[in-house]
Design a protein around this ligand. Structure first.
Ligand SMILES: O=C(O)C(=O)C[C@]1(C(=O)O)C=C[C@@H](O)C=C1
Length: 125
């Protein structure tokens, strides 16, 4: 099981993941629950994609962290962050996503990245 990543993701029928897990069992009409499960099937796919996207982004930022530490550059780059926030707010508006949420989400990720950068720099020191 440990060597089988699909085992915990629901891609494997023997997985421990239950796509019908819910605290709403018995609260709603079975037809409503069926529709909810159908929509949740797509939410499951989106959430899995988010995990893969974030994993790849953090692989990139770990490389940035090592590069910055090797060249004694500061962990944060406020000019880059401001430009990226402006860009993502515009993209969010075009995509009908709340731009304030897009900014908050990016800031949440970037603050984690900066902590990783600091840890990499401290390891080298
Ligand atoms: O591009 C960089 O310099 C990074 O360190 C990456 C990143 C990011 O996660 O987007 C993180 C911290 C910086 O303040 C700016 C951007």
């Amino acid at each position: 099981m440990i060597d089988d990543p699909a085992a915990e993701t629901g891609q494997n029928p023997a997985s421990g993941y239950d796509p019908h897990a819910s605290s709403l069992q018995g609260e709603a009409d079975p037809a409503v629950m069926e529709e909810l499960y159908a929509i949740r099937g797509s939410i499951d796919n989106f959430d899995a994609t988010l995990v893969y996207l974030l994993a790849e982004r953090f692989k990139c930022t770990q490389r940035v962290g090592r590069l910055k530490a090797e060249h004694s550059l500061p962990p944060s780059d406020p000019g880059r962050e401001a430009a990226q926030i402006k860009r993502l707010r515009t993209l969010a508006e075009d995509a009908e996503l709340d731009p304030a949420f897009a900014e908050k989400f990016l800031n949440f990720i970037v603050s984690e990245v900066i902590q990783h950068h600091r840890a990499i720099a401290a390891d080298r020191a």
